[in-house]
Write a protein that binds this ligand. Structure first.
Ligand code: SF4
Ligand code: MG
Length: 340
């Protein structure tokens, strides 16, 4: 079966304008710079990376909420970039987004009913009042909210309940794919688990496919089937979730993992501690060669600086963009000291 979504060498570059005398373009921000990945129907793909790595732009780019510069977005067999405005608008019903902060993505002056009906109206699905009422009630029940929520307003709900409203707003349109951008990072840890469990339950019941974007590796660990790690606009590693957490191969992924706090303080933490030199470089001026070479503790002279590593398969379904992944894994290349 072909994947539900396939990104082929997707690029989203933003022009930086000087804006003074002429609208002269002075350069580009290479927010997403050649990402290829595919997501099967019913799969959960977790996309992780620090803020500024391009993961949110990728999520918005695949819906063409920001226009990609190059590449293909093949959704259910059709390249979305080839669709006209009207066809794209109709296709958007099938791909819904959930955002980080439910309060800022929900209009506080709109009742829950009006928030949910809005999308139905936009897609011409609000013609039959009785059918709409039934749909709203079903959708609220699916996210664990009572029908009485319809006449209430977002501020009357807790953060976790508001995120349920955000999920209901996506769900009411009966989508195939849900792109969730940091869906739980604004919530308390105890509430995070509830919302992630709800997403999983809805997936199992409705056959949904998810792209979950998060800066926190721990958030996607249990919910994702496949995890992709982004750094400065590119995918540096991708593997099945268990495989990635057990055997991270890319130096950047190793560094991210070494920063994840250990849940049980009584258990001795034997993992390597990896310190990265410097800050995330600007995506307007990315380093040459391997974009991670300015911070990589294993960087090797000339090749890492000069040659951009391709994302290559090193084991079944495990892809990594590092020239020296095997040598590092086998300890044949030692990390240099990094001053904190
Ligand atoms: Fe580090 Fe070189 Fe691998 Fe890039 S290619 S991650 S700089 S070792
Ligand atoms: Mg799942």
């Amino acid at each position: 079966e072909p994947p539900l979504l396939e990104l082929r060498d997707l690029k989203v570059h933003f022009p930086i304008k000087s804006g003074l005398l002429f609208d002269r373009t002075v350069g580009y921000v290479y927010a997403v710079d050649g990402v290829s990945l595919s997501i099967r129907k019913g799969e959960t793909y977790g996309l992780v990376g620090e803020s500024g790595c391009g993961k949110s732009t990728l999520g918005r780019g695949l819906l063409r909420l920001v226009e990609p510069t190059d590449g293909e977005i093949v959704f259910a067999g059709t390249d979305l970039r080839a669709l006209s405005g009207e066809t794209m608008r109709r296709t958007r019903r099938r791909i819904q987004m959930i955002f980080q902060d439910p309060m800022s993505s929900l209009d506080p002056r709109q009742s829950v009913e009006s928030l949910l009906v809005e999308g139905l109206k936009a897609h011409g699905l609000a013609k039959d009042k009785a059918a709409v009422d039934k749909r709203l009630r079903e959708t609220l029940a699916a996210v664990g909210l009572p029908a009485s929520a319809l006449s209430r307003y977002p501020h009357e709900f807790s953060g976790g309940q508001r995120q349920r409203i955000g999920i209901a707003r996506a769900l009411v349109l009966d989508p195939d794919l849900i792109v969730a951008d940091e869906p739980v990072s604004a919530l308390d840890v105890s509430i995070q688990a509830q919302v992630l469990n709800l997403l999983e339950e809805l997936q199992n019941r409705l056959g949904l496919t998810y792209l979950i974007i998060a800066h926190d590796l721990a958030v996607v660990r249990h919910i994702a089937d496949t995890v992709g790690v982004m750094y400065l606009g590119g995918l540096v590693e991708e593997a099945g979730s268990e495989e990635l957490y057990r055997t991270p191969l890319h130096p950047y992924t190793r560094a991210l993992m070494s920063a994840v706090p250990v849940p049980d303080p009584t258990v001795e933490d034997r993992r390597e501690r990896i310190l990265l030199a410097g800050d995330l470089p600007s995506p307007a001026n990315p380093p040459s060669g391997c974009r991670f070479h300015t911070r990589c503790p294993w960087a090797q002279p000339t090749r890492c600086r000069d040659e951009r590593p391709a994302l290559r398969e090193v084991a079944g379904g495990h892809r990594v963009a590092c020239h020296f992944a095997e040598e590092i894994e086998e300890g044949r290349i030692r990390p240099h000291e990094v001053k904190a």
